[in-house]
Design a protein around this ligand. Structure first.
Ligand code: NDP
Length: 245
């Protein structure tokens, strides 16, 4: 029986890489994000590269609690058996000292990285409970383990993910649902461009001279974590580029 994985933030970066790696592993995929066209292109490419893969996409802004619940409730019956949830949607916006941070950036990060993760988990867990091999992967960050200059609110949001990962694991023990945090260091994705409000030059400069991780690197580790025997829960992994302090 094929496992079904729901990936948030599948339109780019780590989420998109997870879609390809899990398609190769034979998963059925439920992919969501805000950019509908990106998802449609992704579905087409996955089906070309991995013929026979079942893919279901829907547009979702994880910050909208009602939309999250409605979208999960509206999943076709054939897609209501979910085994894996990858809470990946997230972003950093702005890199300013605390006294100069934009309130709208703070709201966006907390609403997406913390509240969005909670809304999606709350809606999907009842479906995971029906699986005999359920697993939640929470994408945290090195920013959830340490703080760095001007990282203030992003770091706080990822420290919250770290806490929620531990809390979910405890709360879901009895249900047999595994919960794992994957905490990357620098990964070359659209993350930097979003952080710098679309300033591509500044975004590119971040990765210059650094052998950053790729989305694929992270996705392969996630596939490994998911493929352990059911009595093994890998709680927490920190994955850094070799050259990043
Ligand atoms: P990308 O910017 O490439 O991807 C982020 C994804 O999140 C996109 O698919 C985006 O889709 C989605 N997303 C953002 N906001 C929302 C929203 N409100 N609702 C639904 N989807 C949303 O960055 P990464 O792949 O690097 O980021 C993925 C995760 O990895 C994030 O949680 C990030 O914090 C974490 N991370 C990244 C690191 C890095 O160095 N890149 C390091 C450590 C952690 P769309 O815009 O279409 O909605």
């Amino acid at each position: 029986m094929k496992r079904t994985a729901l990936i948030t933030g599948a339109s780019s970066g780590i989420g998109k890489a997870c879609a390809f790696v899990l398609a190769k592993e034979g998963y059925r995929l439920i992919l969501c994000a805000r950019r509908t066209e990106r998802l449609q292109e992704l579905e087409e490419t996955i089906k070309n590269e991995h013929p026979g893969t079942d893919v279901y996409t829907f547009t979702l802004d994880v910050r909208d609690a009602a939309a999250v619940q409605d979208a999960i409730s509206a999943l076709p019956e054939a897609w209501k058996n979910i085994d894996v949830l990858i809470n990946n949607a997230g972003l950093s916006q702005g890199l300013d000292p605390i006294q100069a941070g934009k309130l709208s950036d703070w709201d966006t990060m907390i609403d997406t990285n913390v509240k969005g993760l909670l809304y999606v988990s709350r809606a999907v867990i009842p479906l995971l409970e029906k699986s005999s091999n359920a697993h939640i992967i929470n994408i945290g960050s090195i920013a959830g383990k340490e703080v760095y200059p001007n990282g203030n609110v992003y770091c706080a949001s990822k420290h919250a993910v770290d806490a929620l990962n531990k809390a979910m694991r405890i709360d879901l023990l009895e249900k047999g649902i595994r919960v794992s945090a994957i905490n990357p260091g620098m990964v070359e994705t659209e993350f930097s461009e979003v952080r710098f409000h679309g300033d591509t030059e500044r975004a590119k400069a971040v990765y210059k001279g650094v052998d950053a991780l790729t989305g694929q690197d992270i996705a392969e580790v996630i596939a490994f974590v998911l493929s352990r025997r059911a009595h093994i829960n890998i709680n927490d992994l920190l994955i850094m580029p070799t050259a990043q302090a």
